[in-house]
Design a protein around this ligand. Structure first.
Ligand code: ADP
Length: 474
């Protein structure tokens, strides 16, 4: 049996049982109340007779009492007889006038179907007689029966209505629980098939556990989608980055193989070997990048931090790129600004970051452009900010968000460059390395005007300075 009918039937059965219990309990208490009410009504009639008897005694008006007993029988339904007897037993007043003046003890007793209620009438401590009222048992049994029938009818109507509304609500409730479960199951199925085109917006709006579940489900799907995308990017990047240098190496080896017998001139050898070297380098770099990403993700990279002269390091990296910059006729400069302190970090890793930023700057800056490395010390934050600024093609705002993710490359930028296109791993590795140092990395850029990539590193503080800083903080 499916969850929906199961749930709907269970809730309806529960509702039916509750309604039955409530109705039975209510009926029993009401039945008791109706019987009590009939008794109270009879006692009220007798009480009135007692009062009128006392009044007629005070005013010495026997006629009032006689009239009242007659009136009672006429107007009180179910009253068979009403009488007042003196202490001697003589009837003072009776609803049947023929009995007045006779002795009550000598008169025939009331039939069994008549319920007789009597009460002594007193004036202070003086007993002046007895008041009695006879009521038809059948009349009151019928009256109670009619009232109970009326109650049953009302109860049936109310319970029926409540039950109908309850059953409708229980179906609605069951539907509102089982439908989202069905949607989630269908969505899970689609994810299983590698499809992410499902819509859980309807459930997400809910503020109960099902809403939370669907949000968690959406998050999970988004992460899976991202993973899937990453896997695809990874496979295509790896395929491309492995295939093209390997293809080039294979072609040059084939060329060397065929041309060897004919004798290859020395300068051609040099070209072939340089191409082989460049492609092998490209392969090595890519494999190293992949290994770096994996190590960073598993937290396997450890830093060997020490004081670093960032100015010297920057000059050094710039010198390494000098030949490439000359090839493109690019100008370069290092500005140390207010830099007085040493940075604190792993020199190899900082070099790796600078190499990546500079190689990007050179790659994406057209000929005769300017590339600058700018330093700025920010004492208040105890950091040094290093920027690599270029006058290159720039990056759109939307792309600035993406380029720090793995394998992300801007398509238009990729088309605009000659030679190796890169892998889209450099910035993600750089950012992770900077963050490992406790710093941050970012970019400011305008399309067509250039970019400034910057990162911060902690300032090296000696033990004495560190104590002084702690003291000023306290
Ligand atoms: P790679 O350079 O190997 O493609 P990166 O992660 O270093 O990978 O860079 C990612 C992308 O960011 C580049 O493909 C390029 O589109 C963009 N980018 C990086 N640096 C610059 C820059 N200085 N100017 C313009 N675009 C840049």
């Amino acid at each position: 049996m499916k969850l929906f009918p199961k749930l709907a039937l269970a809730v309806s059965a529960l509702l039916l049982a509750t309604t039955l219990c409530l109705c039975t309990a209510f009926y029993v208490t009401q039945q008791h109340a109706i019987e009590q009410q009939a008794d109270l009504e009879r006692r009220a009639v007798l009480q009135n007779l007692v009062h009128i008897t006392q009044e007629s005694f005070l005013t010495n008006d026997d006629l009032l009492l006689i009239k009242y007993t007659g009136w009672l029988q006429k107007w009180i339904p179910g009253l068979v007889s009403a009488s007042v007897t003196a202490p001697s037993g003589d009837v003072l007043a009776h609803s049947e006038p023929t009995r007045i003046g006779k002795n009550a003890a000598l008169q025939e007793s009331s039939p069994t179907e008549v319920l007789v209620l009597s009460e002594p009438v007193r004036m202070g401590s003086h007993w002046i007689g007895n008041a009695s009222a006879g009521f038809s048992q059948r009349y009151y049994a019928d009256l109670i029966h009619v009232r109970l029938r009326h109650l049953q009818k009302r109860l049936l109507e109310i319970a029926g209505g409540a039950l109908a509304v309850g059953v409708l609500l229980s179906f609605g409730l069951a539907l509102s629980w089982t439908k989202p479960v069905g949607l989630l199951a269908a969505a899970a199925n689609r994810i299983g098939q590698g499809k992410y085109d499902f819509d859980l917006a309807l459930i997400e709006r809910r503020t109960d556990e099902l809403g939370f579940l669907s949000k968690a489900f959406e998050n999970m799907a988004a992460q899976l989608r991202e993973l899937e995308q990453m896997k695809e990017d990874f496979v295509s990047a790896v395929t491309h980055e492995l295939r093209s240098p390997l293809g080039a190496i294979e072609s040059y080896l084939n060329l060397i193989g065929t041309e060897m017998h004919e004798g290859i001139p020395a300068e051609v050898w040099a070209t072939y070997l340089e191409r082989l070297r460049l492609n092998t380098q490209r392969l090595t770099r890519f494999v190293n990048d992949l290994l770096d990403v994996a190590a960073l993700e598993r937290g396997k990279i450890t830093l060997s931090q020490q004081p670093v002269n960032l100015g010297i390091l920057a000059q050094d990296v710039l010198a390494f790129f000098e030949p490439r910059m000359r090839e493109k006729n690019l100008r370069s400069e290092v500005q140390l600004g207010n830099l007085r302190s040493l940075g604190f970090g792993d020199p190899d890793k900082i070099r790796q970051v600078l190499v990546n930023l500079l190689s990007n700057a050179i790659k994406f800056t057209p000929e005769t452009g300017l590339i600058q490395i700018l330093m700025k010390e920010i004492p208040a934050q105890h950091v040094i900010c290093v920027s690599v600024k270029d006058s290159g093609i720039g990056i759109s705002e939307a792309d600035q968000m993406k380029i720090f993710s793995k394998f992300e490359q801007v398509n238009s930028a990729r088309q605009s460059i000659k030679g190796p296109k890169g892998t889209g791993l450099g910035l993600s590795i750089s950012r992770a390395l900077v963050e490992l140092h406790g710093g941050a990395m970012g970019v400011e850029s305008k399309e067509g005007e250039g970019s400034r990539f910057y990162f911060t590193l902690p300032i090296y503080v000696t033990a004495r300075e560190s104590m002084a800083i702690t003291a000023t903080k306290h």
